[in-house]
Design a protein around this ligand. Structure first.
Ligand code: UD1
Length: 371
């Protein structure tokens, strides 16, 4: 019997692109495999347009080898309500027209939640990749997105066992949950060779294991004047001792401008435009340590066993702390945490189970099984 499954795959913001790329590659591999057990997979890639700049979006399509999206909803920036509502009103007619069997959403951005809500009302099944992560901090917009998406999704594909536990505690039945592993690590392993060929260290005149790689963009760190000023002051101080590379997210740059915080590069502090995926992986592997508030970097540094200090009071990725190389920090204890990191080995922690580069295979198998 020949079964056909039609998927719409959603990507909206920067961290989504690395997650959809290996899934698309696996779908293509499945379609090319003559022994695909009679199941045909067909997909369309939908870009909501939440991120739209060359350096926040297009560059990743080129680097990850994903062809241009079949449909771009072009929603752009806005308040949370505006952005969510715009994705919903643009996405609903696409669903009605395309009639997919499944919509596959990834991560925890506004586009993830908005598309899930549309499907729930239309009776279209949703598979959530990276389900079950919880920071237990509802002041984070992403936490609200995670809770809503997981409550409505039909298939919850988790990256680690804590995800399963969180979902079960919230009353999600076992049969909806599948521990498939971390798809970010599929993207990482697929791109490792290219990342290692990156010229970024040479370009920035940095030496292996003797610089800090910084990324900060969370509203809780960058949206308030006192907090952001203190962070930037602290970065300048760190840069007196060890070079600091800081590719700056547009949100952070906008807030620095608004608060009159100088972005002049001093001796050791290098503030850059956002960088591409291969350069970022290269910096993550080669840094002495990472200072970040990004979810993806907590995971990538865990894979490389590069020490990571996460400037947040909590993380939805606790396995990066219990097993991996991650430690939560705050501005008061940052100096002593850095001191401690510099006095430890350059490689720490372990790689969690199922972070093996084969998650997209398990995702596709799970989708077929659930259809
Ligand atoms: C979004 C996600 C966050 C993710 C981050 C990764 C939500 C709630 N947040 O946050 O989880 O970690 O993406 O980058 O979905 N901007 C540009 N160019 C762009 C995109 C945005 O200049 O291509 C500027 C705009 O001024 C915009 C601001 O950045 O107002 C913030 O963008 P937005 O998508 O609202 O949230 P992020 O902070 O990027």
């Amino acid at each position: 019997m020949n079964k056909k499954i039609k998927l719409l795959i959603i990507a909206g913001a920067r961290p989504n692109f690395m997650k959809v790329a290996p899934i698309i590659q696996q779908i293509r591999r499945h379609s090319a495999d003559v022994a695909n057990y009679g199941t045909q997979l067909e997909y369309r890639l939908i870009h909501t347009g939440q991120h739209y700049d060359e350096k926040m979006s297009h560059i990743f399509f080129d680097e990850l080898g994903i062809s241009a999206p079949d449909i771009n909803l072009g929603v752009g920036s806005g308040s949370h309500a505006e952005q969510t509502a715009n994705v919903m009103t643009q996405f609903e007619p696409i669903c009605l027209q395309e009639k997919p069997d499944w919509v596959v959403v990834v991560g925890d951005v506004n586009s993830t939640m908005a598309c899930t809500l549309v499907c729930a009302k239309l009776g279209i099944k949703v598979a959530h990749v990276e389900a079950g992560l919880r920071s237990f901090d509802r002041s984070m917009p992403e936490e609200v997105n995670r809770i809503v998406t997981d409550a409505l999704a039909d298939l919850l594909l988790t990256p680690s066992v804590d995800g399963d536990e969180n979902l079960k505690r919230e009353g999600i039945p076992d049969w909806k949950i599948d521990l498939v592993g971390n798809v970010m690590i599929d993207a990482l392993t697929l791109n490792l060779e290219k990342a290692r060929a990156s010229q970024v260290l040479k370009k920035l005149q940095l030496k292996k294991k003797s610089f800090v790689y910084v990324t900060l963009h969370r509203p809780s760190n960058v949206d308030e004047k006192v907090g952001l000023t203190t962070i930037m002051y602290e970065l300048k101080r760190i840069a007196d001792d060890i070079p600091v590379v800081f590719p700056m997210h547009p949100r952070t740059r906008k807030m620095c401008g608004q608060y009159g915080i100088s972005l002049d590069n001093n001796k050791g502090l290098r503030i850059l435009e956002p960088i591409g995926y291969h350069d970022s992986l290269c910096l993550t592997e080669m840094a002495r340590f990472i200072l970040t508030d990004s979810g993806g970097l907590q995971e990538e540094s865990t894979y490389f066993r590069t020490p990571c200090l996460t400037l947040r009071p909590n993380t939805e990725r606790p396995i990066t702390v219990t097993l991996g190389s991650n430690k939560l920090t705050n501005i008061e204890v940052l100096a002593s945490d850095i001191n401690e990191v510099l006095n430890r080995r350059t490689e720490i922690g372990q790689i969690p189970p199922y972070w093996d580069g084969r998650t997209s295979e398990r995702i596709v198998a799970s989708l077929i099984h659930a259809s």
